[in-house]
Write a protein that binds this ligand. Structure first.
Ligand code: ZN
Length: 437
């Protein structure tokens, strides 16, 4: 069973968090423990199979055992209705420790060291995304918009956080911060306020990691940057001429004085030559006020040989920019796209049914199910990074969702004693030699 180590370790983090779930049920209907209900829901997400529990009922009837028990520790298989009814009262914040403990485990196993980038820091991208919208279904945690045409629209959004690295395809999910009505204020919550809460709550947990935060132009404001600096983190946020008018006036003035540095590099794409032109300057005032912060600015413009511009990006940040590191700084800032592409897009399109409505609930259900889904995504990544067998199978199959679709199908027909038995069967089927054999 020693080989089950990684899987058991990760699952233990989840099991401990689930053990602290409150049991708000009253009277009858306590046939299923809260642990069974939460573990059963997780099984659905981990196997990316909405019918996972129904299939395990069938296997139980046929074989007297099922994967819910052997892989996920579910004693009695709950139904989807039990999950909807009983997870609704569970605050998703109770799952935050799973993200923290998993990232600590990845640090201990020296996996996160490979992700280090500019200034030897870890890049953590923050980005807000919507995951629910309806004109009828709603709960206490919905954001509400009353439109001029009389429609009322209920939505859920979340600020996702993930460790990203320029040359690594994997992203490692950190705890999310939900955009939701806050006690003590009538103001609608928004991405910036949620990002500030993320900094207040997550920063102390990750303060030893030496983090550079990445975010779009929405994050590049003085109050948010001040919060980042207070949290002793670095940052690289997108800067835009239309959203940072004063900053760009300063840059134009500095340019007239010959203070803007530049560097040109020729790149061969395999088909054509490109000119990559970097410009940068340190210590520019962010806004027109006495207490303005000074920021370091860097820009990249890519042009074809004929001079036509094909790409432009600019960022402001805490890292001092020089000829030696300007390419690395801009590359780190551009890595922000991975939270949209590798993280949000994967969750929405690669089998995670991120926007699929498993059930909304009246209180927390939509958020708690989303958190369990994110944890499934995190565990899949961690297993790929830590389990050699999983990594080899995953690399052999064309896509990430193919791998988990296969896991989903196999667990519909066979009962596995543990994760490694499942991995060995897949290795054998693909005629791959066991990397741990
Ligand atoms: Zn809602």
């Amino acid at each position: 069973m020693e080989r089950e180590g990684t899987y058991q370790k990760l699952f233990g983090f989840l099991g401990n968090a689930i053990a602290a779930f409150p049991d708000l049920r009253q009277g009858k209907n306590r046939h299923y423990s809260m642990a069974d209900i939460a573990r059963g829901a997780f099984g659905v997400f981990f196997c990316q199979s909405p019918s996972f529990l129904a299939h395990q009922q069938l296997i139980e009837q046929a074989q007297g055992r099922n994967n819910g028990r052997t892989l996920f520790g579910v004693e009695r298989l709950p139904s989807d209705n039990h999950i909807r009814a009983h997870l609704d009262g569970v605050d998703p914040r109770l799952l935050r420790s799973v993200f923290q403990l998993t990232s600590e485990h990845l640090i201990k196993e020296k996996v996160l060291e490979r992700f280090r980038s500019v200034g030897n820091t870890l890049l953590v991208a923050l980005d807000g995304t919507g995951y629910f919208s309806s004109e009828s279904i709603h709960c206490q945690q919905c954001s509400v918009a009353h439109h001029k045409d009389g429609r009322t629209v209920y939505t859920h959004s979340v600020v996702l956080a993930a460790v990203v690295a320029p040359k690594i395809a994997h992203v490692i999910a950190l705890q999310p911060e939900f955009i939701r009505p806050q006690d003590g204020t009538d103001k609608q919550d928004c991405e910036q306020r949620a990002a500030r809460r993320w900094l207040e709550e997550a920063a102390p947990l990750y303060s030893d990691l030496d983090i550079t935060l990445l975010g779009d132009a929405l994050y590049a404001t003085q109050p948010l940057i001040q919060k980042v600096l207070d949290a002793e983190m670095g940052y690289l946020f997108t800067a835009k001429e239309d959203s940072h008018k004063y900053l760009y006036e300063e840059i134009t003035s500095l340019e007239k004085l010959g203070e803007i540095h530049f560097l040109e590099r020729k790149h061969w794409t395999g088909r054509k030559h490109q000119i990559w032109r970097y410009r940068w300057v340190n210590g520019v005032r962010l806004r027109n006020s006495d207490d303005s912060l000074n920021v370091n600015w860097a820009e990249l413009t890519i042009s074809g040989e004929e001079g036509k511009k094909t790409f432009h990006t600019a960022c402001i940040g805490s890292h001092l920019v020089s000829e030696e590191n300007v390419e690395e700084v801009v590359q780190a800032s551009r890595t922000r796209w991975k939270i949209e592409n590798e993280n949000i897009n994967t969750l929405k399109t690669k089998g995670y049914h991120f926007e699929h409505n498993f059930g909304h609930g009246k209180e927390f259900l939509a958020q708690t199910l989303l958190s369990l889904n994110l944890i499934a995504f995190l565990f899949h990544t961690a297993l790929e990074l830590l389990d050699h067998r999983c990594a080899l199978i995953r690399a052999t199959l064309p896509r990430r969702d193919t791998f988990f679709q296969h896991v989903g199908v196999l667990t519909q027909y066979m009962c596995f004693q543990g994760w490694q038995q499942l991995m060995l069967l897949m290795l054998e089927g693909l005629r791959l030699s066991d990397p741990d054999g």
